[in-house]
Design a protein around this ligand. Structure first.
Ligand SMILES: [Fe+2]
Length: 181
């Protein structure tokens, strides 16, 4: 599956702009992680871009979140490892591979980074610094939906938290105009 095909699927399944932006942000973080870990940025990027494809369809049925995406994507030439990572990001099956772990950690960090931009008067990513992101990470009440333990699971990839926050921030700055930040 090409990136263009994946993007078309995102636009046909996901109507909410903020969720599409979240998927684009997750793609950017996943690509950066793949580069850092010398994995395949195209495959990891697709996992990030597609991971919440069934969000609307499974909103009232969380146990199906991830599985429905995996079913939608069957026969589309994606690897089983990629489909498993999408199921695993919802916590339904054990995370076994680097790709599983990367997607699990990348998902919530995007929410933290977006919130750190939106709290600024100009609501832009560019002025957000690692230092303020680290501070926000420690504030439990800030962006509470961004699960801190899940973000910290980046350490299972051998990436220290600070490095992960910086990598995610820079990756998302690279696509800031595409996600309205
Ligand atoms: Fe997500």
């Amino acid at each position: 599956m090409t990136r263009e095909e994946a993007l078309e699927m995102v636009f046909s399944h996901v109507t909410e702009e903020s969720l599409r932006n979240h998927m684009l942000a997750t793609e950017a973080v996943m690509r950066a992680l793949a580069v850092r870990l010398e994995e395949d940025p195209d495959e990891w990027g697709l996992a990030g871009l597609l991971h919440d494809l069934d969000y609307h369809e499974t909103l009232d049925n969380f146990p199906r979140h991830g599985y429905v995406t995996s079913e939608i994507l069957q026969e589309r030439g994606l690897s089983q490892g990629l489909l498993d990572a999408i199921v695993a990001h919802a916590g339904h099956i054990e995370r076994r591979t680097l790709l599983d772990r990367a997607l699990y950690a990348a998902d919530p960090v995007t929410g933290l980074v977006v919130a750190a931009a939106l709290i600024r008067p100009e609501k832009k990513l560019e002025p957000v610094k690692l230092k303020s992101l680290r501070k926000r990470f420690k504030e439990k009440q800030f962006a509470r939906g961004a699960d801190r333990d899940q973000i910290r699971s980046c350490e299972e990839l051998g990436i220290p938290l600070d490095d992960f926050l910086e990598l995610s921030l820079e990756a998302m700055k690279g696509i800031a105009d595409q996600i309205g930040l």
